[in-house]
Design a protein around this ligand. Sequence first.
Ligand code: ARG
Length: 518
Amino acid sequence: MSVSARVFGAFQEHYQAVSYPAIIALLSNYGREQDVGVKQSYREAAQKRSDFDMSDDKGKSKLWGGRFTEATDAFVERFTASVAFDRRLYHHDIEGSIAHASMLNKVGILSSEELEQIIQGLKEIKSEIENDKFQWSISLEDVHMNIEAALTSRIGDVGKKLHTGRSRNDQVATDIRLYVRDEIDQIAKLIIQLQTALLNLAEAEAETIMPGFTHLQTAQPISFGHHMMAWFEMLSRDYARLLDCRKRVNLSPLGAAALAGTTYPIDREYTAELLGFEKPTSNSLDSVSDRDFAIEIASFASILMTHLSRFSEELVLWTSAQFNFIDLPDRFCTGSSIMPQKKNPDVPELIRGKTGRVNGHLVSLLTLMKSQPLAYNKDNQEDKEPLFDLLDTVKDCVFAYSEMMPAVSCKKEVMYDAAKRGYATATDLADYLVNKGLAFRDAHEVVGKSVAFAIEKEKDLSELSLQDLQSFSELIEEDVFSVLTLEGSVNARDHLGGTAPNQVRSAVKAARTELGNR
Ligand code: ARG
């Protein structure tokens, strides 16, 4: 019996056993049960999806629970909570709270004993968190309320006074600014390390000749050191952008409260000073809603990553068998599980790839802020994951580069030969003819014909005989050969910003002074 006959037989049997209306009922119920089942299993899966362990979460009561008559839906609780990712702000949250409490004491809202207790409690909480003993709770939503609730359960009613004259809106804005400022300072140091590595390489390889490219076609010979200094310049602009962004990060929104300020006699200058901010922000509405600084650091990061992706692309090309210009030590590479001969430049490749994710975060942040009405909106909670991830990524990538660059070794002969093979001195021949009185356009034409001839003879320009060269222009004399060498070509570009090893060395010197002044 065929399969279809068997299935048909079974169906017939079943059909006879069950009445027609019963089948209809079964089918329609089946749909509905299915629906409820899907929803239920989605809920369960969604609850488990959090990378945050909630197994011990006792469902702490809400700090804002006063006006509510039913408990938050369990799904909504997880969906709206940020503690799984914003708890990394704990250090800055506590720092901000200590400054706020100190200010409340200064203006007479908290007694000195109360301040003592609050500071002591917060310090204990900090060490609990750092020793992995702190019980985070999803039902307490975010890092701010987790810490505040823990403070109150630790020191009692005094803990409830901490939030006087403050809102989570100015609190979170303060925390992120403090966090980003610390990250900026770390990134600045990493950039300096990488730039120092590039300077060392540029100095060591100032005389090393490689082909310079335009359109990825051999153009003119350049110094490898000069190429490294081009990378250095890109990073100097990144550094300047980073520090410029820091100026706008380093302002204190604390005191803006929910959106309109507060009725207490707060001292915003004092908290700003305690937290090392340059000064308080000016407008309370803007203070709680502004995330320009996050977008700015993201654009800094995107441009920096774009630079690293360009370096990476070149390293990947240069380590390929076809270029073979440099060697990257094994510790920065990995092998293939199938092809035993492979040594892949994974680190530069991955950095090139991570550029995409950082660019994505920039777009996320821009889109997050687009069309947001004043003042704070819950949308802003979405700033953290892209922000944290892009800062982590930038630090990792700059660090990787600062480790990798000192380990790069140049295959000088290969680079030299490659420069020689590409008629890289053709422009030098044209310039030679101009010096002998020919107009540049005519010289261009003469050299073009000489190159075509050399290609046909499978020779470099420097390998043609004087007679052959003279057949293209009578102006060519014996001294032409010094111009046609790669060294002659490179040394001749001896002006500010040129590729002559001389210039590379003085660029390195100037850069060292600049780094020393940072
Ligand atoms: N978790 C919130 C955030 O990251 C803190 C501020 C919440 N403010 C509020 N009004 N719900 O933005």
